[in-house]
Design a binder for this molecule. Structure first.
Ligand SMILES: [Zn+2]
Length: 333
């Protein structure tokens, strides 16, 4: 009884781990998987720089610590009051028009992700055109992150952590804890052909709309499972850094994952496919520059490694063969 009181008291004050976006594991995984969906010419170049692209897939989140302007680039709270009741269709895709309609201060408050994607996309096209390999990798890594974030349902609502509906912790549950617990069973190989994105600015809004449409189930699953299992089975208190913190139990993560996990996996793989599509389209828009195929980083050894790992991806054995970088770094930590 005493314990229970303590638990209730503490849980009032202590939330969950800080919000990020797709968890680090998911970002790194999907960025590596995206590389294998590129046509060979570009895929080989990105593969030769795979460590950079994978490790830096989380850089925009890391930047948030020091750069106060960064946070808002990772989401768009579409249902925020300022966008009105018809927000699903009314938000102008064009940045200047959106600023005119809502003011820049409102957008800086409610989110900038679709416009940040478009801005970074433009930088990437320019870097490809100008034969600037360092910039290509820099912007490709960042673009992959923002595109992936737009696929996360909770990045499209003001109730981004379930905090408005007594479901706090939902953010980290959906985008980190579930993928972490289920990743080893994911089918990372996909046969979907790459698409050339004609209008990146419109396409990212389509992605946000898809994400937003997933929200009712994201919330309902937590609510129903929690009422069925009871809070004692859902939460546990863990002492970290001298403080008691509230975490979800493994049992609850499993139950939530059993219910919505397929859609989390699908969304992560769709993110990878779209990241590849954005990279590919930027390269195309730059006139398919040939320098990516003649770069000195493309040694015979790299080409062989690419062929081997590509075959492993196709056979869905990246995890089994310990080739998934996100899991390697995890075990090394
Ligand atoms: Zn993010």
């Amino acid at each position: 009884m005493e314990n229970k009181k303590l638990y209730l008291l503490i849980s009032l004050f202590i939330g969950f781990m800080g919000l990020s976006s797709w968890g680090f594991l998911a970002h790194k995984t999907l960025q590596q998987v995206a590389i294998h969906q590129l046509p060979t010419e570009l895929g080989l170049y990105f593969f030769a720089n795979q460590d950079y692209l994978v490790q830096n897939s989380i850089r925009p989140d890391v930047r948030r610590k020091d750069d106060k302007t960064e946070d808002v680039k990772h989401y768009l709270d579409m249902d925020a009051h300022v966008f009105g009741p018809n927000y699903k269709t009314d938000i102008p895709h064009d940045f200047a028009q959106a600023v005119k309609k809502y003011t820049i201060d409102s957008l800086r408050k409610e989110g900038l992700v679709p416009w940040e994607v478009n801005r970074v996309y433009g930088r990437l096209v320019h870097a490809f055109k100008s034969n600037m390999p360092d910039s290509v990798l820099f912007y490709a890594a960042d673009l992959g992150h923002y595109v992936a974030d737009a696929h996360v349902p909770l990045h499209t609502t003001k109730n981004h952590d379930g905090q408005l509906t007594d479901q706090k912790g939902l953010h980290v549950l959906w985008e980190s804890l579930v993928p972490e617990q289920f990743l080893v069973g994911y089918q990372l190989q996909q046969n979907q052909p790459l698409t050339y994105i004609k209008q990146p600015q419109d396409f990212i809004f389509q992605i946000l709309a898809e994400s937003h449409a997933m929200l009712p189930e994201v919330f309902a699953a937590e609510k129903e499972l929690r009422s069925r299992m009871g809070d004692d089975k859902v939460y546990m208190m863990v002492e970290r850094y001298g403080r008691k913190q509230r975490y979800f139990t493994k049992e609850f993560i499993q139950a939530y994952g059993d219910r919505v996990g397929k859609s989390v996996e699908q969304r992560m793989l769709t993110s990878a496919h779209r990241v590849a599509s954005f990279w590919y389209s930027a390269w195309k828009d730059a006139g398919s520059p040939a320098w990516v195929g003649t770069s000195p980083v493309l040694t015979q050894e790299k080409k062989q490694q690419y062929a081997d790992q590509h075959a492993s991806w196709q056979a869905n054995t990246l995890i089994k063969q310990n080739l998934l970088i996100s899991l390697q770094s995890k075990s090394a930590e």
